[in-house]
Design a protein around this ligand. Structure first.
Ligand SMILES: [Fe+2]
Length: 193
């Protein structure tokens, strides 16, 4: 059994299943198509807005102008799902299979919904000439994300992590935290030691 096929990865610390998360994004995508939510595009920084939040899930609306992408990331301990509302997105998914591990591209056309188990690593990019719109759900609500690169050996390497509720974070990263000596007591500075 490969890691990607392990049934344990279909579950998370939430009462919602992956199928239910996909359904949530599909239903919300219908609302967006019906004009119930405002949509903006920003070619400088990907535009996003949280449409709904409760104890178990967050739902986000995200827009993509041509060439905008996320870079490779996971969703920490959250399950996730997305449905494309309009346009076409390319998803690059890190897969572990019997023949080896690597990135696999798939096109997500309007109406297509996909699910993200815990540990899922992907990049989403708009490679099309037209803008795209997508709805994303995370359960439990997102609290952290990690970012990755494929190294010279072709292995996945984590580069940094962020604590964030926002799937489009603009916050300091853990790799920027100083790694020098720490105070002996959390409430006392170095000068007191
Ligand atoms: Fe993602």
């Amino acid at each position: 059994m490969t890691i990607a096929e392990s049934p344990a990865r279909s579950y998370g610390p939430t009462p919602l299943t992956l199928d239910e998360l996909v359904e949530l994004t599909r239903a919300t995508a219908e609302e967006v198509r019906a004009g119930l939510h405002e949509i903006h595009f920003d070619a400088e920084h990907r535009w996003s807005v949280r449409l709904r939040s409760d104890t178990y899930a967050d739902i986000w609306l995200i827009t993509w102008t041509p060439d905008q992408s996320t870079t490779l990331h996971d969703h920490a301990g959250s399950l996730g799902a997305l449905t494309v509302v309009d346009g076409v997105l390319t998803e690059r998914v890190w897969r572990v299979a019997a023949g080896g591990a690597g990135l696999h591209d798939r096109a997500l056309v309007a109406g297509r919904g996909v699910a993200f188990p815990v540990g899922y690593v992907h990049d989403v990019v708009n490679t099309a000439a037209a803008p795209a719109v997508s709805v994303h759900a995370y359960s439990p609500p997102l609290t952290a994300m990690s970012y990755y690169r494929v190294d010279e050996a072709g292995a996945l390497r984590r580069t940094h992590s962020v604590l964030t509720h926002d799937p489009e974070p603009d916050v300091p990263t853990l790799s920027e935290v100083p790694t020098g000596p720490r105070p002996a007591h959390p409430d006392r500075g170095l000068e007191d030691r």
